[in-house]
Design a protein around this ligand. Structure first.
Ligand code: C2E
Ligand code: CA
Ligand code: CA
Length: 785
């Protein structure tokens, strides 16, 4: 140790030692900055700068070593062996190159240790080659123990320095540079101290020795080169910093544009916040920065927050108000290091939207009542609670009679108002715990809870029918609708929710069929009837497409002359299995299902076409049902049928019943007037069965009245019927309308009708309805007679 100390303090030129240190620092700085730049670059540029960095490092080691050697004052002539000196430079560059190649980007400590050892070996080689190249006029002896200790020690220190340089922990990384300095110091000064030079005139300086005066400028120019490189490195570093600052600035601007709140954290403390976070929290950046995360988001810590996984949390704002948020943590490389960034998303709007969607999904927008889905849930809930507690309940279905008419004629706005008012009245009719829902259109449903017995449901239904039956005052207009109600009681009429709803529906159906404004409770027979009906409906639909219908004709004869003046077309369904089906069995169904439209049109066209081909003095009568009058195109349909068949309008009679006149009088009268204007005659069918027949006769000038067969059937024995028939005939004649008596089955009935002065007679006594061919033969036979 003593020799090392003496060597350092007495045998060296201190100014040159300082210069060596200075060149070392400048060279290391230059190499490092260039290496950093290489790491930031890519491809060819990265390779070029990396190579430059390796060469610069080698040069630094070499120049430092050479200046240190030049600082050595052996006290005798000295010089340098040129080949070995040059070779030592090459060794240094190559050694560092290999070491860097081994260590670059290595997380593996063994690889880094290996790289460090290679570096140590190469620097050691550089040193001892350099020393071997140092020639003096004398002899050289070595303190081998010192060499033997210092060389492995410094090589190990090189190894350790490169290992810690690649560590994650900053404090460990910091130890790398001092370790390198110590390693180089130990290597150099121990190496120098281990060498003893003894002046010996017997050993002159070899002739190839280059004197220090010659080598010094070479070393100086290499050092200057390193200085230049350091300047370049400085520039590159400054540029990179400026770029990083600009990036940071841009990033901040970008962060401020973000809708989400963003916070950069160091540990559990916020170091940066964007504008959205200021708005969200009501705190400004100055207040946010330095705040601990748990103060802003109670219960949340970075350490327990997994990366890339959103967490629900509450943000505590300026005035202590709590905002529901979602927090996402990311580790982002920012400004050259990885930083924790929290994205904080305001959830208030989303939660509001969700709750709005929930309300919308479960309630009806127009009335605010529960909707169909919600009602089904409620029924299911009560069915479940029935199984547990055995409390009876009832499901009532209702729809508004004539609602469609109101909606169509008075407009949808008024229709909506009517529905809202109806909903109000329904609510008023209910018991405290009962519920009403709107299922859609004019359909409502009621869930009656804790039902004491069928009477309770009956009472509620009657109440509803009565309340809805009262006139509504809407927009200054009186509107009359009614309600039909069907009910099913749990457990008597079913317990399963679906079954209850279906049974209540069947009961409603029955209520409507039995005349509107009524209440019906479910009964098992409804189900069977319903099924049969559904079968028939499907059948009817098919029959219309494959044309399974035909027309029969029943003659009408003049009461006095007995001549055929007209024939009534009566439709028949030739069913493949059931045979000939009577219209009484399928016309009502066709009316309900709307199938009467296409069917009626077919009857009209066929009757016109067939009548056009029979004797011109025989007219044809076609029945029109009320449902056909709901179609505003009816008059056009009739005209089209006439045009298509070339049948003169005067040969067509249309038979309508009072039912036609019941609904929407204005429109019906307009249609009748149009038909009349086209030259078609209109008959009032089944006269006498309705209740206000006379008033109809006054409102519309029919061409003909057909007295209903129920009166004729009692004749001639029943005096009252005889009186009615007589009165109708008298009245019709006075009003200028022709009279037909229907259902005449006997000669007496015929004689009575003729005697009372009716114009035409129709009935089995004359002929049953006949297929076209038979009807035509019948006509021929009659004409001949
Ligand atoms: P409606 O218009 O009153 O037709 C007269 C019905 O009385 C016919 O029954 C006919 O066969 C029957 N009838 C005729 N003379 C006698 C008689 O002396 N004694 C008895 N007991 N009955 C007699 P049908 O053909 O079964 O028709 C029943 C109802 O079906 C018709 O009554 C009519 O309302 C309707 N209908 C028939 N065809 C059509 C059609 O093409 N369109 C529409 N909308 N309805 C039709
Ligand atoms: Ca008829
Ligand atoms: Ca009739």
């Amino acid at each position: 140790m003593q020799s090392v100390y003496t060597c350092l303090t007495q045998a060296h030129d201190h100014q040159l030692i300082l210069l060596a240190a200075g060149v070392c620092v400048v060279g290391v700085y230059g190499s490092f900055t260039v290496a950093t730049h290489a790491a930031r670059s890519e491809g060819r540029a990265a390779r070029l700068w990396g190579g430059a960095s390796v060469i610069a490092s080698g040069c630094t080691a070499w120049a430092t070593h050479m200046i240190a050697l030049l600082a050595y004052q052996p006290g005798m002539p000295s010089g340098f062996e040129p080949t070995l000196t040059a070779f030592s430079l090459l060794m240094a560059v190559a050694g560092i190159g290999v070491s860097v190649a081994l260590a670059i980007g290595q997380r593996n400590r063994i690889r880094r240790l290996l790289a460090g050892l290679v570096l140590g070996v190469s620097i050691t080689t550089l040193h001892y080659l350099g020393e071997s190249a140092y020639l003096v006029a004398g002899t050289v002896t070595w303190d081998m123990p010192l060499v033997a200790v210092s060389v492995p020690a410094s090589i190990l220190m090189f190894g350790a320095a490169i290992v810690v340089a690649g560590e994650r922990r900053r404090d460990l990384r910091r130890a790398a540079a001092p370790l390198l300095v110590v390693a180089i110091g130990v290597l150099h000064f121990c190496g120098m101290a281990a060498m003893t030079l003894t002046f010996d005139p017997e050993h002159p300086l070899p002739p190839q020795a280059v004197p220090p005066e010659v080598i010094a400028p070479v070393v100086a120019s290499v050092s200057l080169g390193l200085l230049a490189l350091a300047v370049v490195g400085l520039r590159l570093t400054l540029n990179a910093r400026a770029q990083a600052r600009r990036d940071q600035e841009r990033l901040r601007e970008l962060a401020n544009l973000a809708v989400e709140g963003l916070a950069v954290c160091e540990g559990e403390v916020i170091t940066t916040a964007n504008r959205s976070l200021e708005l969200l929290s009501g705190l400004d950046t100055a207040e946010l920065v330095g705040r601990s995360l748990s103060a802003l988001l109670p219960g949340l810590t970075i350490s327990t927050l997994p990366e890339r996984e959103e967490r629900e949390a509450e943000l505590v704002g300026a005035d202590g108000q709590r905002v529901p948020v979602r927090v996402l943590r990311s580790e982002v490389p920012l400004g050259g290091k990885r930083q924790t960034v929290l994205a904080i998303r305001d959830q208030r709007e989303r939660l509001q939207t969700e709750s709005r969607i929930r309300t919308l999904a479960f309630s009806d927008a127009l009335t605010g009542l529960p909707n169909r889905a919600h009602f089904h849930d409620l029924v299911a809930l009560h069915a479940a609670s029935y199984r547990e507690h055995g409390r009876a309940f009832a499901v009532l279905m209702l729809d508004l009679d004539r609602f469609k008419l109101v909606n169509d004629t008075l407009g949808h706005g008024l229709g909506d108002m009517l529905l809202r008012k109806a909903a109000e009245r329904l609510k008023a009719a209910l018991g405290e715990h009962d519920l009403v829902a709107r299922l859609g259109g004019d359909e409502f449903a009621v869930l009656q809870i804790d039902v004491a017995g069928p009477e309770a449901t009956h009472a509620l239904a009657s109440n509803i029918v009565e309340l809805i039956g009262r006139p509504f005052l809407i927009d200054g207009q009186l509107v009359n609708v009614g309600a039909s109600v069907g009910a099913a009681l749990a457990p008597i009429d079913g317990v399963e929710p679906d079954q209850l709803l279906r049974n209540a529906d069947l009961a409603l159906y029955k209520a409507k069929a039995d005349g509107k404004g009524t209440f019906r409770r479910f009964e098992p027979a409804l189900d069977a009837r319903m099924q049969a009906r559904r079968g028939l409906e499907a059948d009817l639909r098919r029959a219309i497409t494959v044309q399974e219908f035909e027309l029969y004709y029943q003659p009408l004869v003049d009461a006095r002359s007995g001549r055929i003046t007209a024939a009534e077309a009566l439709v028949r369904w030739r069913h493949p299995e059931r045979g000939l089906v009577s219209p009484a069995d399928f016309i009502p169904l066709a009316e309900e299902t709307g199938l009467i439209g296409p069917l009626g049109q077919w009857v009209l066209r066929t009757a016109c076409a067939q009548a056009a081909r029979w004797p011109a003095h025989i007219r044809v009568a076609v029945n029109l049902s009320p449902a056909q009058f709901r179609d505003v195109r009816l008059a056009d349909t009739v005209k089209a049928a006439l045009a298509a068949s070339d049948l003169p309008a005067s040969r067509l009679e249309l038979e309508i019943t009072e039912g036609v006149l019941l609904a929407d009088e204005e429109r019906t009268l307009a249609t009748l007037t149009r038909l009349r204007a086209a030259g078609v005659s209109i008959s009032m069918d089944d006269f006498g069965t309705g209740y206000s027949s006379l008033s109809y006769l006054r409102r519309f000038p029919f061409d003909k009245i057909k007295v209903d067969q129920s009166f004729i059937r009692q004749l001639p024995g029943d005096l009252e019927s005889a009186a009615i028939v007589r009165a109708i005939i008298t009245m019709g004649t006075c009003l200028g309308m022709a009279i037909t008596v229907e259902g005449v089955e006997t000669a007496e009935q015929f004689a009575f009708s003729a005697a009372e002065g009716c114009d035409q007679v129709q009935g089995y006594h004359v002929s049953r309805p006949l297929p076209l061919a038979e009807f035509l033969s019948f006509v021929d036979a009659r004409e001949a007679a």
